[in-house]
Design a protein around this ligand. Structure first.
Ligand code: FAD
Length: 430
């Protein structure tokens, strides 16, 4: 870890979570000389450091690790590869000089304002949680309303219990994991209320965190009002119709002292905005080519800042690639421009990356709009793959080999998810 930041790097990685550490390793692997990771927190590891439950690394290490264990393995590798890490360093802006070199502006706890010059940059700032303000729940403003990630940090890292009788709004993975965590810590978790007709978390989390602990999941139901003067005293919940409008006549009150929200994540793209990088309105992350380069030459993106991932192993896979291409860029290697644009078709919410090249193999990451069981994923007229099911909460991954893309004539490749009569065997593979 660095005491003092010097200038003059080949690759600077903003964010030291799993994406940032993967990107730094990818950059070193490509032959990049000086690589620096910057993180605003006192230690690297990102969100993993507060995830003390197991379930990380099943794909990448074929082992079930906790978040800090997964982070530790990457930190060891990063340090072995002589990557510089500077913590307590908030990146406040990035400027591009006329010769294409970049200057990263840092507010450092130790050195104050510092500017670091680099040839290429990897954005890996992760994402933040949506709050009560973002979803505008009416009512009073008592204490006891907080996001699931904050509750996780308080319980797992600081040793504080945020409340005793807890209602959870939203069934994202963090909320599900925290439902179980709070029960283990002796809280009463009254129920999880989800506005959609399906859970927004992974099936394994619904089973292991709610069903195994007899915590009820109320689908198509939301919190319509918060009550309480100093502290939350109760919330009003109501079922919703298919347009998510609450049936107020069927509402009921739930006494509680805490409302914990797990209502979505927003990629942290203020730096990307500042740089004028083109963003995808659906993912909230940058639009990227197949080398994970943003619309700003020499600036790459990976991990949750690019699109919200459900499993960290895929973050690692993506970030090793982003780092490799950022490292190549810093050495003057330029890949041919992509010539195939990807188009999200029927029941596909988004596809990342946004364009492809037949030059090499690609992994597409996508999410569906609504659940289908069974279905077929159709990539133009070049590939069809049967899937047992798709649900919005679970990312779909698809490998495309160069020979498949060589068969494609045209410049816009459409990806559709269509209902199928019957599907035997496996769901998607990776
Ligand atoms: C509660 C929870 C439970 C999860 N459970 C699982 C699980 O069981 N299994 C699994 O495989 N995956 C799980 N995940 C998913 C996985 O943890 C994430 O996909 C992964 O951590 C994303 O990595 P990242 O590096 O993109 O983002 P992060 O881990 O969020 O790291 C981003 C880093 O960037 C830093 N940063 C941001 N902005 C700046 C700035 N301007 N300057 C400097 N630094 C900055 C932040 O401090 C942070 O350290 C879980 C996620 C959460 C939130």
């Amino acid at each position: 870890m660095l005491d003092r930041i010097q200038s003059g790097y080949d690759v600077v990685v903003v964010g030291g979570g799993p994406a940032g550490m993967g990107a730094a390793l990818g950059a070193r692997d490509s032959g990049a000389g000086r690589v620096l990771i910057l993180d605003r927190e006192p230690e690297p590891g990102g969100i993993l450091m507060q995830c003390i439950h197991s379930g990380f690394g099943l794909h990448y290490f074929k082992q079930e690790l906790t978040g800090p264990e997964y982070a530790e393995r990457f930190l060891t590798k990063v340090l072995e590869q002589d990557v510089d890490i500077a913590c307590g360093c908030y990146v406040s802006g990035i400027a591009i000089d006329s010769d294409g070199s970049k200057r990263v502006r840092i507010m450092s706890e130790r050195q104050g304002l510092v500017s670091v010059e680099t040839r290429s940059v990897v954005m890996s700032m992760g994402c933040r949680e949506r709050t009560r303000g973002a979803i505008r729940i009416p009512g009073t403003r008592p204490s006891g309303v907080l996001t699931a990630g904050l509750a996780q940090k308080l319980v797992n890292m600081r040793g504080y219990l945020p409340g005793k009788r807890v209602v959870i709004l939203g069934s994202g993975d963090i909320g599900l994991i925290m439902a179980r965590r709070l029960i283990i810590e002796g809280c009463e978790v009254i129920g999880v209320f989800e506005i959609m007709p399906y859970s927004n978390g992974l099936t394994r989390n619904v089973v292991q965190c709610l069903n195994d602990f007899s915590i009820p999941l109320h689908l198509s139901t939301t919190v319509t009002e918060i009550h309480g003067r100093d502290r939350v005293e109760r919330v009003t919940v109501a079922p919703v119709d298919e347009k998510q409008v609450a049936y107020s006549e069927r509402a009921w009150d739930v006494p509680c002292d805490t409302l914990m929200m797990s209502v979505g994540l927003i990629p942290e793209n203020e730096l990307s905005h500042g740089l004028g990088i083109q963003l995808d309105t659906i993912t909230g992350g940058p639009r990227v080519s197949s080398t994970l380069e943003t619309s700003m030459p020499g600036v790459f993106a990976c991990g949750n800042v690019l699109h919200v991932h459900d499993v960290v192993d895929y973050v690692t896979r993506e970030s090793l690639l982003a780092g490799r291409f950022a490292g190549e860029w810093s050495q003057g290697i330029r890949r041919p421009q992509d010539n195939i644009r990807l188009v999200a078709g029927d029941n596909v919410r988004y596809c990342v990356p946004h364009s492809l090249s037949p030059e090499r193999e690609h992994t597409l990451y996508m999410r569906c709009k609504s659940a289908m069981k069974p279905c077929v994923i159709r990539v133009g007229n070049v590939l069809e793959k049967k899937l047992r099911f798709v649900v919005p909460a679970e990312m779909i991954m698809l490998k495309l080999k160069p020979d498949i893309l060589e068969r494609f004539q045209g410049d816009a490749l459409r990806v559709d998810l269509v209902a199928a009569e019957e599907v035997d065997g496996e769901s998607f593979d990776d």
